[in-house]
Design a protein around this ligand. Sequence first.
Ligand code: ADP
Ligand code: MG
Length: 265
Amino acid sequence: MSNALEVRDLSASVGDKQILKSLDLAIPFGEIHAIMGPNGSGKSTLCHVLTGKAGYEISGSASLDGTQILDKAVDERARLGLLQAFQYPVEIPGVELETLALEASEEREMAGAEVRILEAASRFGVEGFLRRGVNHDLSGGEKKRSEIFQISVLEPKVALLDEIDSGLDIDAVRRVAEAVEEMRSPKIGMLMITHYSRILEYVTPDRVHVMIDGRIVESGGPELALELEDGGYEGLKKRLGISAVRAPAATKGPSEFFTDTPFDG
Ligand code: ADP
Ligand code: MG
C-alpha cells in the first residue's frame, strides 16, 4: 500500500537561498508525524512547496497516496486529497464557513455534505460561526478549530498542520490537540508542525522528526520530543555533533505573515 505522503530528496530554493535541503519523509496512512524545529528552519516552506505555492525552485519528488504531486496545480493537489491548515489562517469576510465547506465538499464529490457539516460543527464546536465569514473576527483558538472542522468535513488523505498550536492558550492547545487525535484514522496521514513540544502532551505522534536549517537531522519516537523539552535544540545538536548551526533569523517582514497562503504569486 502507498504511503499517505512520501517525500524524496526534496530541495527548495528562493533565488540563491536554499531553504530545504534534500528532505526525505514518509507518512503511512493512519499515522501522525510531528516535525519540530527552531524558527526559520524551513517547516512552513515544506508545507508551501507541498501545497504548490509559487516562487520556489524545486527538485526531488513528493507523492500523495502514490500520485506525484509536485507537477500539479494547487487545486489539483487539493482534489487529490491534500489539505493544509495554516499557521496564520486568512480571514475571508463575505464567505461563510458553511458555504466554503459545502462548496468544497461538492468539488470533492462527497455525499451527504449538509449532515456531515452539522456533525463536524458540533464535534469541534464551530456551530457559532458556521454562518460567519471564514475566520472573520475569530479568536486564535476559534480559527484553529475552524481549520480542524474543515479537515474533518473534507476528509483529506494528507493534512499538513502548520503550527496548529501557535498563539493559543493552554486550554485551546489541548482542545485542538484532542481534535487532531480524534481525526486519526486509517484513511489519513497527518503532519503536525510545531516548535514547542507542549502540544505533544495531548497528541502522541507515531514519529517525531527534527528539522534544523532545512534538513531533517533526527527522527525518532515521542521520546525525541521529551529530549527536546529537556535539552532544547542546542542539546540535540550537541548529541548529534552538529556544530553551532544557528537557524537564520526570519527575513520576512511583518505583513508577509498575513499572506501565508499558496494562492499568491
Ligand atoms: P519555519 O516555518 O521553520 O519557521 P520558514 O519555512 O518560514 O521557517 O522559513 C525558512 C527560512 O527561509 C527563513 O530564513 C525564511 O526567512 C526564509 N524564507 C522563507 N520564504 C522565503 C522567501 N520567499 N524568500 C526568501 N527567504 C525565504
Ligand atoms: Mg513556520
